[in-house]
Ligand binder design. Structure first.
Ligand code: EPU
Length: 424
């Protein structure tokens, strides 16, 4: 166990390069199972979840070669992959449920332990299960695992999602590309990471229309071929640095960040007082005065992303007025507020709302990262708190932020990684 020791009072100034998106690359890795042979992914972030997903694929019979420095990964998928994903690994990352669709589509059977990941809500799988059932699979829970069997090729169908679930859209998309006939997914999630997956699948020979929209139309094909594909930049990492620039009165060039994927986020940061300059190769965020308070409502893309909620609550805790933040995607992301309160933030939660009043000042304390984004939010709060903030359980941050300490240090932050028992 390690922790980050952050000494507040510095501004973030300089440049940061945005790595490939965690929430894309993990699904691109799963998609490699759809074709025998070697898939190569580039712009692969140096994060823990990629390691775990690589182990999941290895357990299914693939050989995984990774160059961490070069940021690429090669996945050799056998003609007949295994169909049972290792339970201990799957429980570590929820994204591993993404192997369900490709395996049942290609092998006629998939067995995936009920997944784990961040403790941020109930996170059911009913939308995945209902969709796969529509495609002709029989899905059961057996000994703590979700088991899907198709007894042959899946059959294309029209599927209306109850909610635009990111994971269910991806699973059904990857199942549909090898199904017989036409699959229509309506009320599909529209996140840029799904458009990225559609781009890779199309390059593999899949026939997908409507990438990035709420209706995906898929004409199933009999087989796909492996490709080389570059992962889309991580909009949540980019957004985290953008919020940090505003909070610290800093000036950060976010190289490789796609402003187009952060429409409402940048709009909100401008309302809060940031200057945002969009350029061809990224965008620059400058914060000058104390941020103004803004209200935020999270929604599926293109709404305000839930994965920037803790960071924006940290921002609001030092803003000049009262703000109302509403979380609509997960049911327990506010665990974070209890930790932020230890730094002196004035927060009141009520159901899926939190009211944030301006704190006189934040002061350093020992706080716990309960999930990847909560951890990032606490580090941002630590940057503006008086004294020293210790963030524990940073393995959560390592799941999603590549070389976070190094990048923050390069921007001028005073942050160190120390073993949990060492004296700071
Ligand atoms: N839901 C159901 N039934 C389902 C599927 C989802 O009720 O069958 C509910 C969930 O319980 C949740 C909501 O729908 O309340 C949204 O879930 P969704 O399926 O959209 O999310 P996910 O695929 O589990 C991905 C990201 C999350 C991100 C969400 C929303 C990955 C690996 N994870 O999760 O990322 O917050 O989409 O954008 O892609 C993170 O990176 O910190 C993170 C949590």
């Amino acid at each position: 166990m390690e922790r980050f020791v952050v000494t507040g009072g510095t501004r973030l100034v300089g440049e940061v390069a945005v790595p490939g998106a965690k929430n894309s690359v993990l699904k691109l890795m799963a998609a490699s199972l759809l074709a025998a042979g070697r898939t190569t992914l580039t712009a692969v972030p140096d994060i823990l979840d990629v390691t775990v997903m690589g182990d999941v694929l290895t357990g299914l019979g693939a050989s995984v070669e990774r160059d961490v420095e070069g940021g690429w990964i090669g996945i050799d998928v056998p003609d007949e992959p295994g169909v049972a994903a290792d339970g201990d690994l799957v429980r570590r990352i929820r994204a591993s449920v993404a192997v369900l669709g490709p395996l049942v589509a290609r092998c006629g059977e998939a067995r995936v332990a009920l997944p784990g990941g961040d403790a941020i809500g109930s996170r059911a799988l009913d939308i995945h299960v209902n969709g796969l059932t529509k495609l002709g699979a029989v899905v059961d829970v057996e000994a703590g695992a979700l088991v899907a069997r198709s007894g042959g090729r899946l059959q294309g169908a029209s599927i209306w999602l109850d909610f635009p679930s990111v994971g269910a859209t991806e699973n059904l998309l990857m199942a549909g590309v090898l199904a017989k006939g036409t699959t229509v997914i309506d009320n599909a999630a529209q996140e840029p990471e799904i458009a990225d997956l559609c781009a890779m699948l199309t390059a593999m020979g899949a026939r997908v229309e409507g990438a990035g929209s709420s209706t995906l139309v898929i004409e199933g094909v009999e087989s796909l071929t492996p490709v080389a594909h570059e992962t889309v930049p991580d909009r949540i990492v980019a957004g985290t640095y953008a919020v940090g620039a505003l909070m610290t009165g800093g000036d950060v060039m976010i190289r490789g960040g796609r402003a187009g994927h952060l429409g409402i986020v940048l709009e909100k940061l401008v309302q809060a007082g940031a200057e945002v300059d969009v350029r061809a190769d990224g965008f620059r965020v400058v914060g000058r005065d104390r941020p103004r308070s803004i209200d935020v409502v999270t929604l599926p893309y293109p709404g305000f992303p839930t994965d920037l909620l803790p960071q924006v609550i940290a921002l609001e805790s030092i803003s000049s007025g009262t703000s109302l933040i509403t979380e609509n995607v997960f049911d327990s992301r506010f665990v974070f507020c209890r930790e932020l309160h230890k730094l002196g933030a004035d927060l009141r939660t009520d159901g899926h709302h939190v009211i944030v009043r301006p704190a006189q000042r934040l002061t350093g304390a020992r706080v716990m990262a309960s999930d990847v984004r909560a951890g990032a939010g606490l580090v941002l709060a630590g940057l503006v708190a008086d004294g020293v903030t210790e963030v524990t359980d940073v393995h959560h941050i390592d799941r999603g932020y590549a070389r976070f300490v190094e990048s923050m240090t390069a921007l001028g932050a005073d942050i160190r990684r120390v073993p949990d028992r060492a004296v700071a």
